[in-house]
Design a protein around this ligand. Structure first.
Ligand code: MG
Length: 221
């Protein structure tokens, strides 16, 4: 993939940003933690993906072949705009360059096996094309008001509100920056509401977040 293919375009001005590190937060909505039988986290559950997980806009999403149960997790994605370390919760918003949407694709069968063994999740979570991105915008009125929906072939599967996050976006930025230096272009997948489920070859998965927009991801058949 060329560098141009991966640029994130921020609406409305069309400013382009090259993506950096990709942080993902697990179990950040109580309803989703419970549907997978997980305990509620007392601090953020963090994992990472590489740029291999991104796809050029409009590209068909490839089906991974090392597992059988590919699942959708529709998520609000935060784009970091400046370098920061040990950021205070009260300053965190000034480090945000944009708000977007994406899918944290997961091979659930592979992840379940890894979890049983207490092993890292990367092969279930960070494979090629596992973090397709959609629309991004520079501003939203308030993160708490954002509403997330995920539809497959027109059927509503996930529906939630960002106000139901266990750790808020400023808390996530503060926590991550205490461990990792945040840099312009870094992305944070902020977790998924309940309703995750399987994707089949050829499915059209539409993710919508109010104030940001919607993107339909088409999976290979
Ligand atoms: Mg997720």
């Amino acid at each position: 993939m060329s560098k141009t293919d991966l640029m994130i375009t921020l609406q409305p001005a069309g400013r382009e940003v090259f993506p950096g590190k990709i942080f993902c937060i697990g179990r950040n909505y109580e309803s989703h933690a419970r549907e997978l039988g997980n305990a509620l986290p007392v601090k953020p559950v963090v994992f990472m993906k590489g740029r291999n997980a991104l796809l050029p806009h409009g590209a068909t999403v490839p089906f991974p072949t090392h597992g059988n149960d590919l699942q959708h997790e529709a998520e609000l994605v935060i784009l970091i705009g400046k370098t920061g370390k040990n950021i205070q919760v009260s300053d965190a918003e000034s480090y945000i360059a944009g708000y977007g949407l994406g899918l944290d694709l997961t091979l659930r069968d592979v992840q379940s096996e890894l979890k049983k063994g207490g092993l890292p999740w990367e092969i279930a979570k960070a494979f090629d094309g596992s973090a397709p991105l959609g629309q991004f915008t520079e501003q939203v009125s308030a993160v708490e008001n954002l509403e997330i929906k995920c539809e497959i072939n027109g059927d509503l599967r996930q529906h939630g509100f960002c106000r139901n996050m266990i750790f808020s976006v400023p808390e996530l930025i503060s926590y991550l920056s205490g461990i990792f230096t945040l840099e312009p272009g870094d992305l944070i997948f902020t977790g998924t509401p309940e309703g995750v489920g399987p994707i089949n070859p050829g499915d059209h998965v539409k993710v919508s977040i109010s104030e940001i927009g919607s993107t339909t991801f088409i999976f290979s058949s």
